[in-house]
Write a protein that binds this ligand. Sequence first.
Ligand code: EPU
Length: 338
Amino acid sequence: MHIEQNKPLKSLNTFGLNVKAREFVSIRSEKDLIHVFDNYPEKEKFVLGGGSNMLLTKDLEALVLHLEIKGIKIDSGENDTAIVEAAAGENWHDLVLFCLENNLGGIENLSLIPGNVGTAPIQNIGAYGVELKDVFHSCRAYDVESGTFRTFLKDDCQFGYRNSIFKQTLKGKVVITSVKLILTTKNHRINSSYGAIQQALENSGVSNPSISDISEAVIKIRQSKLPDPVEIGNSGSFFKNPVITHSHFSDLAEQFPEIPSYRLENDQVKVPAGWLIEKAGFKGKRFGDYGVHDRQALVLVNHGNAKGKDILQLARLIQMTIKRIFDINLEPEVNIID
Ligand code: EPU
């Protein structure tokens, strides 16, 4: 194993930020991981997966462990299901395509989400009516303190909206090395409830969609409003959709009758952050090389040579403005490294 010095990370974070890792090592197996922890116990470590959910505002002083462990295998499951085990360094969308090729259903709605398999459980990735937790079986992770591997079953993971135990109490304490999903081999549970999917299927003249049709619909929707990180640096939704009380929502609805909402349990209401940001006038705003995407206001973008600090400053400005206009606190969805 070779530790590289001053490694540029521009191509390893989807925001395309030009920062460096003072020390960087590729982790291609669980053995590599054990080796690094055993041999460099004193070094602070930073685990980098697909780099798709982070805002790097400065060079990293810690030893960066780039997870590149590969491999996907299918095991048979019970009652028309299969268990697919994928290593942390597999690209998420490649896994989706692999599953479609093998007629395995369950993650087609999660097509084209940037990032790697190992980070998917950390924020319980979700889109178009499906979350990772809906198909999650378990994951295997290295426990930094004990130096052993542990298995986390679904119920251990405390999955919530873009949240899990790995983002909370286990943050920095475990490194996920593989993930197991329970997928259907037949009688797939097609989820086309999301309005935009229905519209896309209708546009393509599909009335009885297969899992591949759903995937194609999702890909079309995402491509129509979310920027491709290869072309324009971004990290998907920058903020979470906020949840407010019903009485707060009623007050806002008097002032803004067109405000969209999703009713939740316990007298709570979820409001799309993209709408709030658009209403506050930020959609499509560009400040030099950074700004707000012109087709989805929840996405902050790097048009070229933006600095992480600039994007962070814009995020703070958006938060303050949303607080002032709507009295709502927007919480970042991306991991801010500052
Ligand atoms: N909206 C606007 N203006 C905008 C953007 C959105 O008014 O510029 C309003 C519209 O009313 C729209 C609603 O917000 O109907 C919802 O927008 P969208 O369907 O684009 O979804 P979202 O709530 O903004 C969430 C996830 C996305 C996921 C989509 C689809 C979060 C933080 N984001 O976005 O996930 O793809 O739903 O399920 O929950 C991600 O996490 O990185 C991500 C892209």
